[in-house]
Design a protein around this ligand. Structure first.
Ligand code: HEC
Length: 282
């Protein structure tokens, strides 16, 4: 081995550089962490302030009107015709017990899918008309969004209880689990690429790990919710559709099986935890 002073100096210099490199790297990582923490604190402050005058309540009120009014070509109300799994017209606790299997539709349905199904089957609205503008814009909130918000508000502070013992629901959960792991598209992304490990984030947004109870509840809490970005009310159906876009997948059909399976997987993973009602999302 060569122990010349030059060599020792070189090695010394290199290791100092290495240490400096590590230091600058961790300093910028630290700065990022601090920025992230600051943004999270700001959002929490805003959310806490808004809690007393939760903007979701406006949509809830509109939803209540829609639920009780005789509407559509058949001129019936949802209150007198729609069964969300607890009996016709009953909404207490219905939201936290969906997705569930509905024999009349022979399908596992999340809340929005079921409500839209009732609007079509019971009130006589046309699915294609509803599906044309399924999500809110600055100037428009779909009836289904208001209705989901109303129904969800009647599960506030209740435990999530997706009936996974029902074999049809369990099957939907299994398919949802496979879908979450399925990689495809131009970037070969799956849901799990972004949501399958703890502590992932993109542009300061925490990406919950949907496979764990702690992560799954984050994907349930606050939905349907008033989104600070854009100032509009959005639902789980929207969230799923937007994440298909994040994933560079073709847009799923509104209230499709695919979305119901993913929601069964995610909400089912949050079983046993308390749902705090419609809220605010970043
Ligand atoms: C390319 C990364 C990426 C992929 C792939 C992806 N998502 Fe997301 N997801 C995001 C981002 C970014 C957000 C927004 C986080 C925020 O706004 O706080 C998000 C948010 C969510 C949320 C809401 C979380 C919350 O805090 O309320 C859910 C639920 C979700 N995604 C589910 C899915 C599902 C299911 C899939 C697969 C179909 C998927 N995502 C695929 C990046 C991704």
């Amino acid at each position: 081995m060569d122990h010349s002073p030059q060599k020792r100096m070189l090695v010394g210099a290199l290791s100092t550089l290495g240490a400096l490199g590590a230091l600058t790297f961790s300093a910028s990582a630290l700065a990022q962490e601090i920025d992230h923490a600051k943004a999270a604190i700001e959002f929490e402050k805003f959310r806490a302030e808004m809690e007393d005058s939760n903007p979701s309540e406006l949509f809830e009120l509109k939803g209540e009107e829609l639920w009780k009014a005789k509407r559509g070509p058949k001129n019936v109300s949802l209150a007198e015709s729609c069964d969300l799994g607890q009996g016709i017209g009953k909404i207490e606790g219905a939201y936290v017990q969906m997705p569930r299997y509905f024999a009349d539709a022979d399908a596992v349905m999340d809340a929005e899918r079921r409500i839209v199904w009732c609007m079509v089957e019971k009130q006589g609205f046309k699915f294609d008309d509803i599906a044309k503008k399924p999500f809110a814009t600055d100037t428009f909130t779909p009836d289904a969004t208001n209705l989901v918000t109303y129904v969800a508000a009647h599960s506030k502070n209740m435990k999530i209880a997706v009936p996974l013992k029902d074999p049809k629901v369990k099957e939907a959960w299994e398919i949802g689990k496979e879908m979450a792991a399925y990689r495809a598209g131009p970037y070969d992304f799956s849901c799990n690429t972004c949501h399958g490990t703890d502590g992932k984030r993109i542009r300061m947004q925490d990406l919950p790990n949907l496979a764990t109870a702690a992560g799954a509840i984050k994907g349930v809490q606050g939905w349907p919710g008033y989104r600070m970005t854009g100032g509009i009310q959005l639902t789980h159906q929207w969230r799923m559709t937007d994440c298909f876009r994040q994933q560079r997948f073709p847009a799923p059909k509104y209230t499709s099986d695919a979305i119901a399976y993913l929601l069964t997987y995610m909400i089912g993973n949050a079983n046993g935890q308390v749902y705090k009602g419609p809220g605010i999302k970043r």
